[in-house]
Write a new protein. Structure first.
Ligand SMILES: Nc1ncnc2c1ncn2[C@@H]1O[C@H](COP(=O)(O)OP(=O)(O)O)[C@@H](O)[C@H]1O
Ligand SMILES: [Mg+2]
Length: 260
């Protein structure tokens, strides 16, 4: 019951973008992928979804991840890409239905509206998707993924959410709300893999963190072991201070404040 990749490599136009990456994520946990721009986070996530070809072996439970297993994979994992372009003038509900119809609960007509309510967008259900703000579009896309998967567990076992920067356009309240939703999905027995730029959100919500650097894994482990000043300052090539919130003992991350 794991999502795992063994020694995967990805090459685009003769440039090696990922090499020798081992990855493992477990149901019941939020696994965060962090790292600098261009370090390979999106490429790793797209390989894990089967969207792009990778050498090496990727499995979700007992399913070999790849285009030939698209239907089996769509029943148990939903994917939120980093950017989504729409070619047609869909309403918000129509966008959510695209996910709903691809998943195993297409016979439940209540789900799209409930998925929109989960992301706080029920009042926009009949609006043209193009008219939403960037953050609202991001939440509508999340509702699409939720409507596809809906439950953290299915008959076969755990379901999965694979999310590429799901909070990048959201205000701080919406960020927390989406991360709580991801955490709740994992608490219900599902698996969540989430690319995040905000290291403080990773500290608060991730059970496991994978730090990418130049197409490889620089560090992996719990927030407490990975989010250290030494590791982060090295990987992000700047001075980064790590403190600790006293009561829950969660690390917090601050860049050094010099402006020059
Ligand atoms: N389709 C592509 N063709 C060529 N190069 C790509 C393609 N996709 C990504 N890359 C390159 O791979 C590297 C990693 O990209 P990406 O995985 O998107 O990084 P991240 O998500 O960590 O910012 C970058 O240098 C990027 O330019
Ligand atoms: Mg990316």
């Amino acid at each position: 019951m794991t999502l795992r990749a063994d020694g995967i490599a990805v090459t685009f136009e003769r440039t090696r973008v990922l090499s020798g990456v081992d990855f493992e994520a477990h149901p019941g946990q939020v696994t965060a992928i962090v790292g600098p721009n261009g370090s390979g986070k999106t490429t790793l996530l797209r390989a894990l979804t089967g969207e792009i070809a990778a050498s090496g072996r990727i499995t979700l439970d007992d399913i070999e991840v790849g285009p030939r297993r698209a239907a089996a994979l769509a029943a148990r994992r939903g994917v939120l890409p980093q950017a989504t372009r729409l070619a047609f003038p869909f309403t918000v509900t129509e966008v959510v239905r695209l996910g709903h119809l691809a998943g195993p609960h297409a016979d439940r007509p209540d789900i799209p509206a409930r998925a929109l309510a989960r992301v706080g967008l029920r009042h926009k259900a009949d609006r043209p998707y193009q008219d939403l703000s960037g953050g609202e579009q991001q939440r509508a896309q999340l509702a699409r993924v939720l409507a596809q998967i809906w439950m953290p567990r299915g008959r076969h076992g755990a379901n999965w959410l694979l999310l590429d920067e799901p909070v990048s356009s959201l205000d701080i309240g919406q960020q927390l709300s989406v991360m709580r939703l991801a955490h709740g999905f994992a608490a219900g027995g599902g698996g969540v893999v989430c690319v995040l730029h905000d290291l403080n959100l990773a500290a608060m919500f991730a059970d496991a963190i994978v730090v990418m650097r130049q197409g490889g894994v620089a560090a992996r482990g719990t927030p407490a072991t990975v989010l250290t000043s030494a590791i982060l300052s090295d990987v992000y090539a700047c001075d980064i201070e790590v403190g600790c919130v006293p009561a829950p003992g969660v690390p917090f991350i601050l860049p050094q404040a010099a402006r020059t």
